[in-house]
Design a protein around this ligand. Sequence first.
Ligand SMILES: [Zn+2]
Length: 88
Amino acid sequence: MSPFDKDHFTDMDGQPIDDSPEPLACPFCGGGAENLVVERWSEEDDPEASYHVECLKCGCNGRCNGRCNGPQAATQLEAAEGWNGRSG
Ligand SMILES: [Zn+2]
């Protein structure tokens, strides 16, 4: 088992996402990088490519329209940057 890469966001398969920044901790539960994954809604849920970061520890994700989490994004990298870049 390879050590978890805390320097990058990871996708649902646990693969580091190229060029993604070091994940900031979850603002809701303090979960660190190991709890954060970039997910894509299923095509049934959303036919458009739509990525967001989800915290596996507290379950917050982009479903509540930005109220509780990072924005939806067109690419994994944008979702990762959106998670880190959201303000207040
Ligand atoms: Zn959390």
